[in-house]
Design a protein around this ligand. Sequence first.
Ligand code: ZN
Length: 197
Amino acid sequence: MAIRKIVKYGEASLRQPSKEVHKVSQKIKNLVQDLMDTMYAQNGVGLAAPQIGENVRVFVIDVSTGDEPLNPKVFINPKIIKKTGACISAEGCLSFPEAYTNVRRYSNVTIKALDINGRSFVMEATDGTLLARAIQHEFDHLDGILFIDHSINRFEAEEALKKHNLPPIQVEKLLDEPELAEAVDKLIEENLKKENK
Ligand code: ZN
């Protein structure tokens, strides 16, 4: 189909909540193909429809690496039905070229969605794997939430944005995640202790 232009951080539509898909029509299938084409062209791990200017609840993920065969996964009208544990994730996003920062994520998620044929499926991703983190990252895009909203260190995130000429953090969008924050602070403390040994 087509490689589409990616919506960059600072453009308003990236913050808009996306609409449910009513029917997995040919139009939606074409959109999925465009998402795949654009994701692969950019060497991305995932891409959500709002990132190509379509505010509908669809995203794609492929966490295959190196010489593994491609393994595209399509999520339509996804719902995260379970999330547990906490981990630290160094993330970037195709809407934030070159900028990376550490964010808080759940380690384990269970997601329910429709596939490209409109069939419902449930997928579990555990242990803070790339898949588990990518699911949370892409799911957020459908609600206008961006990875920087989960930043562990606002100042580190601010530096990364500045370095790559991206607009600053939107402080009012920073998420209050007391459960995750406490677990992640503990992880950071443990890592520091290990380093000092
Ligand atoms: Zn993203």
